[in-house]
Write a protein that binds this ligand. Sequence first.
Ligand SMILES: [Zn+2]
Length: 155
Amino acid sequence: MEATLTVSSHFSAAHRLALPELSQAENDQIYGKCARIHGHGHNYHLEVSVSGEMDSRTGMIVDLVALQQAIADRVLEPFDHTFLNKDIPYFAEVVPTAENIALYIVERLREPIQSLGVELEKVKLIESPNNACEIYCRQPAVRMNLPVLPQAAMA
Ligand SMILES: [Zn+2]
């Protein structure tokens, strides 16, 4: 019997949405207030869903503590209380929209979660009461390779 388990967590971080090759006026047009020069913060809520076979003895699909630890190690600790554009090398080059942050979290978590014996099913990043991004990780389109630059800096 397969089941899906979701764990929730949160981190606080600042970001600024702007394409470096564009003028401030052009960025204002695309990103609105989110392009303001000194950035702004969010309390991000993160929901990570994993799928796997239920163990008939334990009634669990995964070691919950190990799953929470993987999310803490790979996402919460490196992201919390940062200015994403400046502190995470990946977001020096990729605009840290909710979509791009969620996609990056998928790439950070996929392997550690596989090593726990389950599959990453979905990442939902809730940026504010007004918006959230969901990535369904088992869709082929999501199995893409992001630039590899951040691994060393974030390990
Ligand atoms: Zn924002």
